[in-house]
Ligand binder design. Sequence first.
Ligand code: UD1
Length: 420
Amino acid sequence: MDYLEIQGGNKLNGTVTIDGAKNAALPLIAATILAKHPITIHNLPPVNDIYTMLKLLENLGATYTYKDKQATIDATTINNTTAIYDIVRKMRASILTLGPLLARFGICEVSLPGGCAIGQRPIDLHLKALEMMGAQIEIKQGYVIAKAPDGLKGATIVFDKITVTGTENIIMAAALAKGESRIINAAKEPEVVQLCEVLQDGGVTIEGIGSDELVIYGTNRELVDMKDFTVIPDRIEAGTYLCAGAITNSAITLKNVNHAHLVSIILKLQEMGYDFDIEKESITIKPASRIKALKISTTEYPGFPTDMQAQFMALSLIAEGTSTIEERLFENRFMHVSELNRMGADITLNNHIATVEGDAKLYGADVMATDLRASSALVLAGLIAKGSTKVHRIYHLDRGYVKLEEKLQKLGAKIKRAKE
Ligand code: UD1
């Protein structure tokens, strides 16, 4: 297993290029199941979750090539509709194949993803919505077995909670259903928007894109004339590098960003005292003269993202005074707290609210990555800790960050990958 070793205390400078958004790419790869012909996807980030999704499609009978961040996927050859446990257990987002497989084939079996480090993460809302569209669903031996022999029918769905992959699954199912589907309380994340746009470019009529109410006019099982597309920039990768600039109080520039997707993150950093130069596709963060404590409550887009909570917790360690961070989406998403405390932080947890004492003097330690974003928070803390920090179990990081250590090295960080 690999680990990262970081020597803290260096300022950063220079430019980093942001890759395509993993969380946009995963549903888009699943959406190729609905395509009439092979699709080429540009700016596909070479991270493990993407390889897992491509493997899953291959296991279903699709073929693909993937080189230089460009994949061509031919899902027309799919001849098996069982998403097996061995692949699904590696990545919860595999559940994104459920909607499109059922819509196209009228039958499928997808292994239940199970819990994960950051919380229970049920899929009840995905299943309830598919049932509203006429699917018969049973859970047997760890698999969701879904049937809709006469195809899915359009329906009005009100999500009890806003769910990103749930909304994406139902958008894909509705695209091939018979008649009109209305999704109320839909997720509005930029990743959901891109999925809608790609389907719309392929001829599926969708109203309300970017709002919390979507109307999708299904094709009655006619496959979609999807066009090739480019994955949007990763707002969470961008946010993580902004935090790297902020925590080292350095000036760094991010290229290939869509700053409209970063508003809540930029505003928080501005509240803390950082300044920005914003251009069309790039953004520069500049040092702050004073770094103020912050108050964060994670929520759905366009609010502050849960996927940036851990990184901002690391950042709040250098602020003046006490910060509070409330996690409202995932009950266990605080695994980084004890690891940060091992580095000398003073963070206390009360249910889902963390209180972080600023002006921390961190020292290097051996720490354990527990989930994808918690891992990047530990790397950020390592950048300012005195001495050497070793972040173990970085397979979590490799699921979602493209060459994190190489990008940080280019910015001047002392970080290297090594084997246990
Ligand atoms: C997606 C993102 C993840 C991000 C999260 C929230 C992908 C691949 N992953 O995850 O990085 O942290 O959105 O922005 O895009 N819920 C239910 N029942 C369901 C579905 C969800 O109770 O059937 C709950 C969840 O437990 C959670 C909340 O709804 O409390 C939101 O979860 P959801 O938006 O579904 O997260 P994911 O789509 O899994």
